[in-house]
Design a protein around this ligand. Structure first.
Ligand code: AHM
Ligand code: MG
Length: 326
């Protein structure tokens, strides 16, 4: 298992006849993540903690590291002629890169921003789409999640781990002492059943009735209709939650709530929900917005928000079915 990322990509691309240039795009993303990782590891030593005193288009306060990670991604992708354009959670609109490029890259440069300053796991999430013909427009990015050619994340945790799918299974790489991503696991399978859930319970009173009922059933444990006790976890970094689910199963939800009708959920379809849902499906799990598969949703805007329920199949189907008449 001493295969490095570049060798893995070459082998994988030959085996599955992947389109030219795709693996180079993955290498550019991984290079940006190495640079982000370097900054994350230095923290206060490189003055990267704290607020940037700016806001993004979604009205969220940006941390210094949000801004820096975004720039590192843009720099690495702009240097790759195969990239036609990119879209980021931190940019107002898409960015045109190379007219001749064949790929669009969408990303959340620094996921779990509230955890930056407290030294808890954070990550970078990415999605690669084919570039349709013609001068780049927003519509070119609004492809459903099934159209993704690749997706993945880098988790800046106790170890730095890259998790990648090119739609032929999943590969996990751990950053080694030579600062290179080394293959350490392939094709983890998410258990169909689970006794662990992740949700921000402080929002409970804002959820729709079916989600309230579902979580009440889990909390009732052995004495309730589910007949088993459940454990709860909430890291507040989606990357860390998805990684836990890949490793030991579970269900994660950031449901729709009634705080702001313009925001059906907190997470972003294009930068968070779609790339994570592709990984989860490749690992045998499921991902819905409580009504339909996330990957089938026709996007209407770059920064569109969506409700998310993902993880172990049986649990996701159970929670989704509760919303059937909603
Ligand atoms: P971010 O991209 O601004 O960091 O927001 C996304 C994060 C997810 O990683 C996490 O699941 C969720 O927001 C946490 O939200 P909350 O702070 O409401 O618990
Ligand atoms: Mg995020």
């Amino acid at each position: 298992m001493s295969l490095l990322l570049a060798d893995y990509l070459q082998q994988h691309s030959q085996q599955y006849q992947l389109p030219a240039g795709l693996t180079d795009v993955i290498l550019s993303i991984s290079q940006a993540c190495l640079n982000i990782n370097h900054e994350v590891r230095l923290g206060a030593l490189d003055n990267i903690l704290g607020s940037a005193h700016t806001g993004n288009i979604q009205g969220e306060e940006q941390k210094k590291l949000d801004v820096l990670a975004n720039q590192l991604m843009i720099d690495a992708l702009s240097a790759n002629p195969a990239v036609a354009g990119l879209a980021s959670e931190e940019e107002d609109t898409f960015v045109s890169v190379h007219e001749e490029g064949n790929y669009l890259v969408l990303f959340d440069p620094l996921d779990g921003s509230s955890n930056i300053d407290v030294n808890i796991s954070i990550g970078t999430i990415f999605s690669v789409l084919p570039k349709p013909k013609g001068t780049l427009t927003t519509e070119h990015f609004l492809q459903n999640g099934h159209q993704q050619l690749a997706s993945g994340y880098v988790l800046y945790g106790p170890q730095t781990i890259l998790v990648l799918t090119l739609k032929h299974g999943i590969a996990l790489f751990t950053l080694n002492q030579d600062n290179q991503f080394q293959l350490t696991q392939q094709n983890p399978a998410i258990a169909e059943t689970t006794q662990e859930f992740a949700i921000n319970m402080s929002n409970q009173r804002h959820w729709e009735a079916p989600m309230q009922q579902y979580i009440a059933e889990l909390l009732a444990g052995k004495t309730g209709v589910r007949g088993k006790d459940y454990n709860m976890r909430w890291v507040a970094s989606m990357v860390a939650e998805v990684h836990r689910i890949l490793m030991r199963g579970g269900i994660f939800s950031y449901p729709k709530d009634n705080r702001d009708p313009a925001k059906p959920g907190k997470l972003r379809l294009m930068y968070e929900a779609n790339p994570m849902s592709l990984l989860i499906e490749q690992a045998g799990g499921a991902a819905t917005n409580a009504h339909e598969d996330i990957l089938s949703i026709q996007p209407e805007g770059l920064h569109q928000r969506v409700a998310v329920i993902l993880g172990s199949k049986e649990e996701v189907f159970y929670a989704t079915a509760k919303h059937a008449n909603n």
